[in-house]
Ligand binder design. Structure first.
Ligand SMILES: Nc1ncnc2c1ncn2[C@@H]1O[C@H](COP(=O)(O)OP(=O)(O)O)[C@@H](O)[C@H]1O
Ligand SMILES: [Mg+2]
Length: 250
Protein backbone atom coordinates (compact mmCIF):
# COMPACT_ATOMS: atom_id res chain seq x y z
CA UNK A 1 0.00 0.00 0.00
CA UNK A 2 1.45 3.33 -1.08
CA UNK A 3 2.09 5.94 1.59
CA UNK A 4 -0.67 8.52 1.51
CA UNK A 5 -3.20 5.85 0.59
CA UNK A 6 -5.84 5.22 3.24
CA UNK A 7 -8.01 2.71 1.36
CA UNK A 8 -6.77 0.12 -1.10
CA UNK A 9 -9.27 -2.10 -2.90
CA UNK A 10 -8.19 -4.95 -5.17
CA UNK A 11 -10.49 -7.03 -7.32
CA UNK A 12 -13.60 -6.44 -5.22
CA UNK A 13 -16.52 -8.60 -6.33
CA UNK A 14 -19.98 -9.10 -4.88
CA UNK A 15 -22.56 -11.54 -6.12
CA UNK A 16 -25.77 -11.51 -4.10
CA UNK A 17 -27.36 -14.84 -3.37
CA UNK A 18 -29.55 -15.89 -6.28
CA UNK A 19 -28.36 -13.05 -8.54
CA UNK A 20 -27.62 -13.85 -12.18
CA UNK A 21 -24.59 -11.58 -12.35
CA UNK A 22 -22.33 -9.81 -9.82
CA UNK A 23 -23.45 -6.38 -8.55
CA UNK A 24 -19.77 -5.40 -8.28
CA UNK A 25 -17.33 -6.87 -10.80
CA UNK A 26 -13.71 -6.79 -9.73
CA UNK A 27 -13.27 -3.17 -8.66
CA UNK A 28 -9.77 -1.89 -7.82
CA UNK A 29 -9.31 1.58 -6.31
CA UNK A 30 -6.80 3.55 -4.24
CA UNK A 31 -8.17 6.34 -2.12
CA UNK A 32 -5.77 8.93 -0.74
CA UNK A 33 -5.61 10.16 2.82
CA UNK A 34 -7.68 13.30 3.36
CA UNK A 35 -9.34 12.98 -0.02
CA UNK A 36 -12.99 13.81 -0.71
CA UNK A 37 -13.66 10.85 -2.95
CA UNK A 38 -16.87 10.62 -4.97
CA UNK A 39 -18.17 7.27 -6.21
CA UNK A 40 -20.56 8.39 -8.92
CA UNK A 41 -22.94 6.39 -11.01
CA UNK A 42 -26.52 5.82 -12.15
CA UNK A 43 -29.09 3.87 -10.14
CA UNK A 44 -28.17 0.21 -9.80
CA UNK A 45 -24.50 0.84 -10.69
CA UNK A 46 -23.18 -0.77 -7.50
CA UNK A 47 -22.46 2.29 -5.33
CA UNK A 48 -24.34 1.16 -2.22
CA UNK A 49 -22.99 -2.38 -2.53
CA UNK A 50 -19.40 -1.11 -2.73
CA UNK A 51 -19.72 1.34 0.15
CA UNK A 52 -21.55 -1.21 2.33
CA UNK A 53 -18.69 -3.68 1.93
CA UNK A 54 -16.09 -0.98 2.66
CA UNK A 55 -17.74 -0.07 5.94
CA UNK A 56 -18.14 -3.70 6.95
CA UNK A 57 -21.92 -4.05 6.63
CA UNK A 58 -21.63 -7.30 4.69
CA UNK A 59 -18.72 -9.26 3.23
CA UNK A 60 -17.41 -9.22 -0.33
CA UNK A 61 -17.60 -12.38 -2.44
CA UNK A 62 -13.92 -11.92 -3.32
CA UNK A 63 -11.21 -9.30 -3.35
CA UNK A 64 -8.87 -7.57 -0.91
CA UNK A 65 -9.55 -4.43 1.10
CA UNK A 66 -7.02 -2.60 3.24
CA UNK A 67 -8.15 0.34 5.35
CA UNK A 68 -5.57 2.51 7.13
CA UNK A 69 -3.07 -0.35 7.10
CA UNK A 70 -5.55 -2.96 8.35
CA UNK A 71 -6.89 -5.90 6.41
CA UNK A 72 -10.67 -5.99 6.27
CA UNK A 73 -10.87 -9.74 6.88
CA UNK A 74 -8.67 -9.83 9.97
CA UNK A 75 -9.22 -6.41 11.52
CA UNK A 76 -12.88 -5.65 11.00
CA UNK A 77 -13.57 -4.62 14.59
CA UNK A 78 -10.58 -2.23 14.64
CA UNK A 79 -11.61 -0.81 11.28
CA UNK A 80 -15.13 -0.16 12.53
CA UNK A 81 -13.74 2.10 15.26
CA UNK A 82 -12.12 4.47 12.80
CA UNK A 83 -14.95 4.71 10.28
CA UNK A 84 -18.27 6.50 10.40
CA UNK A 85 -21.17 5.54 8.18
CA UNK A 86 -24.11 7.57 6.95
CA UNK A 87 -26.39 5.06 5.19
CA UNK A 88 -28.60 5.81 2.19
CA UNK A 89 -31.72 5.08 4.21
CA UNK A 90 -32.31 7.05 7.37
CA UNK A 91 -31.33 4.94 10.37
CA UNK A 92 -33.09 6.73 13.23
CA UNK A 93 -35.76 5.68 15.71
CA UNK A 94 -38.78 7.75 14.63
CA UNK A 95 -40.46 7.88 18.04
CA UNK A 96 -37.36 9.08 19.87
CA UNK A 97 -36.10 12.68 19.87
CA UNK A 98 -32.89 13.63 18.04
CA UNK A 99 -31.11 13.84 21.37
CA UNK A 100 -32.29 10.36 22.41
CA UNK A 101 -31.24 8.93 19.04
CA UNK A 102 -27.78 10.50 19.32
CA UNK A 103 -27.43 9.31 22.88
CA UNK A 104 -28.10 5.78 21.66
CA UNK A 105 -25.50 6.01 18.88
CA UNK A 106 -22.95 7.62 21.20
CA UNK A 107 -23.25 4.72 23.64
CA UNK A 108 -22.88 2.27 20.78
CA UNK A 109 -19.47 3.84 20.12
CA UNK A 110 -18.54 3.63 23.79
CA UNK A 111 -19.11 7.32 24.60
CA UNK A 112 -21.00 8.39 27.71
CA UNK A 113 -21.46 11.01 30.41
CA UNK A 114 -20.52 14.64 30.05
CA UNK A 115 -18.21 14.01 27.10
CA UNK A 116 -21.08 12.56 25.08
CA UNK A 117 -23.56 15.23 26.19
CA UNK A 118 -21.15 18.04 25.26
CA UNK A 119 -20.50 16.51 21.86
CA UNK A 120 -24.21 16.10 21.16
CA UNK A 121 -24.90 19.70 22.26
CA UNK A 122 -22.12 21.02 20.05
CA UNK A 123 -23.21 19.14 16.94
CA UNK A 124 -26.90 19.96 17.41
CA UNK A 125 -25.96 23.63 17.69
CA UNK A 126 -23.66 23.47 14.64
CA UNK A 127 -26.38 21.88 12.56
CA UNK A 128 -29.10 24.26 13.72
CA UNK A 129 -31.03 21.54 15.54
CA UNK A 130 -30.88 22.63 19.18
CA UNK A 131 -34.58 23.59 19.38
CA UNK A 132 -35.82 20.69 17.24
CA UNK A 133 -33.81 18.17 19.31
CA UNK A 134 -36.59 18.04 21.90
CA UNK A 135 -39.12 16.80 19.33
CA UNK A 136 -39.57 13.27 18.05
CA UNK A 137 -37.68 12.56 14.83
CA UNK A 138 -40.92 11.60 13.02
CA UNK A 139 -41.89 15.31 13.05
CA UNK A 140 -38.72 16.29 11.14
CA UNK A 141 -38.24 17.16 7.47
CA UNK A 142 -36.06 14.86 5.34
CA UNK A 143 -33.21 17.35 5.52
CA UNK A 144 -33.35 17.51 9.32
CA UNK A 145 -33.29 13.71 9.58
CA UNK A 146 -30.26 13.63 7.28
CA UNK A 147 -28.47 16.10 9.54
CA UNK A 148 -29.18 13.97 12.63
CA UNK A 149 -28.01 10.90 10.71
CA UNK A 150 -24.76 12.68 9.92
CA UNK A 151 -24.19 13.65 13.55
CA UNK A 152 -24.76 10.03 14.59
CA UNK A 153 -21.94 8.98 12.25
CA UNK A 154 -19.36 11.50 13.49
CA UNK A 155 -19.85 11.44 17.28
CA UNK A 156 -16.79 9.18 17.67
CA UNK A 157 -14.55 11.41 15.47
CA UNK A 158 -13.93 8.84 12.73
CA UNK A 159 -10.81 9.10 10.53
CA UNK A 160 -12.86 8.02 7.53
CA UNK A 161 -16.46 8.94 6.84
CA UNK A 162 -18.59 7.03 4.33
CA UNK A 163 -21.79 8.65 3.10
CA UNK A 164 -24.25 7.02 0.74
CA UNK A 165 -26.18 9.66 -1.20
CA UNK A 166 -26.29 12.09 1.74
CA UNK A 167 -28.02 14.83 -0.22
CA UNK A 168 -30.80 12.86 -1.93
CA UNK A 169 -34.26 14.18 -1.15
CA UNK A 170 -32.85 17.06 0.85
CA UNK A 171 -33.89 20.72 0.55
CA UNK A 172 -31.28 23.20 -0.66
CA UNK A 173 -30.67 24.65 2.81
CA UNK A 174 -29.96 21.30 4.42
CA UNK A 175 -27.87 20.29 1.43
CA UNK A 176 -25.63 23.34 1.79
CA UNK A 177 -25.33 22.85 5.55
CA UNK A 178 -24.33 19.22 5.00
CA UNK A 179 -21.79 19.94 2.24
CA UNK A 180 -20.24 22.86 4.17
CA UNK A 181 -19.86 20.68 7.24
CA UNK A 182 -18.32 17.84 5.32
CA UNK A 183 -15.76 20.30 3.93
CA UNK A 184 -14.95 21.44 7.47
CA UNK A 185 -14.53 17.87 8.66
CA UNK A 186 -12.24 17.26 5.70
CA UNK A 187 -10.21 20.39 6.55
CA UNK A 188 -9.72 18.87 9.98
CA UNK A 189 -8.30 15.66 8.51
CA UNK A 190 -11.29 13.38 7.87
CA UNK A 191 -11.15 11.37 4.65
CA UNK A 192 -14.55 11.41 2.99
CA UNK A 193 -15.97 8.82 0.62
CA UNK A 194 -19.38 9.61 -0.71
CA UNK A 195 -21.73 8.38 -3.40
CA UNK A 196 -23.93 10.59 -5.49
CA UNK A 197 -25.59 10.99 -8.81
CA UNK A 198 -25.54 14.81 -8.54
CA UNK A 199 -22.66 15.58 -10.90
CA UNK A 200 -22.73 19.31 -10.29
CA UNK A 201 -22.40 18.84 -6.54
CA UNK A 202 -19.62 16.26 -6.94
CA UNK A 203 -17.69 18.43 -9.39
CA UNK A 204 -17.37 21.20 -6.81
CA UNK A 205 -17.10 19.05 -3.71
CA UNK A 206 -14.82 16.12 -4.62
CA UNK A 207 -11.04 16.11 -4.93
CA UNK A 208 -11.25 12.78 -6.81
CA UNK A 209 -14.07 10.87 -8.44
CA UNK A 210 -14.62 7.43 -9.90
CA UNK A 211 -17.49 6.72 -12.24
CA UNK A 212 -19.09 3.33 -11.76
CA UNK A 213 -21.57 1.74 -14.11
CA UNK A 214 -22.92 -1.79 -14.12
CA UNK A 215 -20.52 -2.86 -11.35
CA UNK A 216 -17.37 -1.62 -13.10
CA UNK A 217 -15.25 1.52 -12.63
CA UNK A 218 -15.21 3.12 -16.07
CA UNK A 219 -13.28 6.31 -15.33
CA UNK A 220 -11.46 8.06 -12.49
CA UNK A 221 -9.40 11.13 -11.68
CA UNK A 222 -9.91 14.67 -10.45
CA UNK A 223 -13.05 16.36 -11.80
CA UNK A 224 -10.82 18.69 -13.86
CA UNK A 225 -8.88 15.75 -15.35
CA UNK A 226 -12.06 14.03 -16.43
CA UNK A 227 -13.51 17.17 -17.96
CA UNK A 228 -10.34 17.85 -19.98
CA UNK A 229 -10.16 14.20 -21.10
CA UNK A 230 -13.41 14.36 -23.10
CA UNK A 231 -13.83 16.60 -26.13
CA UNK A 232 -16.69 19.03 -25.92
CA UNK A 233 -17.29 18.41 -22.20
CA UNK A 234 -17.24 21.46 -19.96
CA UNK A 235 -18.52 19.89 -16.78
CA UNK A 236 -18.69 16.55 -15.00
CA UNK A 237 -22.35 16.11 -15.90
CA UNK A 238 -21.54 16.04 -19.64
CA UNK A 239 -18.64 13.62 -19.07
CA UNK A 240 -20.96 11.37 -17.10
CA UNK A 241 -23.68 11.47 -19.76
CA UNK A 242 -21.21 10.77 -22.53
CA UNK A 243 -19.75 7.78 -20.66
CA UNK A 244 -23.00 6.23 -19.50
CA UNK A 245 -24.78 6.81 -22.83
CA UNK A 246 -21.91 5.19 -24.67
CA UNK A 247 -22.28 2.15 -22.44
CA UNK A 248 -26.00 1.98 -23.20
CA UNK A 249 -25.17 1.79 -26.93
CA UNK A 250 -22.35 -0.74 -26.55
N1 LIG B 1 -29.47 -7.29 -1.18
C1 LIG B 1 -29.46 -7.44 -2.50
N2 LIG B 1 -29.82 -8.62 -3.06
C2 LIG B 1 -29.82 -8.80 -4.39
N3 LIG B 1 -29.45 -7.85 -5.28
C3 LIG B 1 -29.10 -6.65 -4.79
C4 LIG B 1 -29.08 -6.38 -3.38
N4 LIG B 1 -28.67 -5.09 -3.21
C5 LIG B 1 -28.44 -4.60 -4.44
N5 LIG B 1 -28.70 -5.52 -5.39
C6 LIG B 1 -28.52 -5.34 -6.86
O1 LIG B 1 -27.17 -4.99 -7.09
C7 LIG B 1 -27.07 -3.99 -8.08
C8 LIG B 1 -26.36 -2.76 -7.52
O2 LIG B 1 -27.19 -2.16 -6.53
P1 LIG B 1 -26.71 -0.95 -5.63
O3 LIG B 1 -25.36 -1.23 -5.12
O4 LIG B 1 -27.78 -0.69 -4.63
O5 LIG B 1 -26.65 0.23 -6.71
P2 LIG B 1 -26.63 1.82 -6.50
O6 LIG B 1 -26.39 2.12 -5.06
O7 LIG B 1 -25.52 2.30 -7.39
O8 LIG B 1 -27.95 2.33 -6.99
C9 LIG B 1 -28.49 -3.69 -8.55
O9 LIG B 1 -28.73 -4.46 -9.70
C10 LIG B 1 -29.33 -4.19 -7.40
O10 LIG B 1 -30.59 -4.61 -7.84
MG1 LIG C 1 -27.51 3.22 -3.70
Amino acid sequence: MEQGTIIEIQGLTKTFRGALEPAVKGISLSIGRNEIFGLLGPNGAGKTTTISILCGLFPATSGKINIDGMDMKGDLSNIKQIVGVVPQDIALYPTLTARENLDFYGHMYGLSGKLLKDKIDMWLENFGLTEAAKRKVNTYSGGMKRRVNLIAAILHDPKILFLDEPTVGVDVQSRNVIIDYLKKLNDNGTTIIYTSHHMDEAEHFCTKVAIIDNGTIIEQGTPAELISRYDGCHNLESVFLQLTKRRLRD
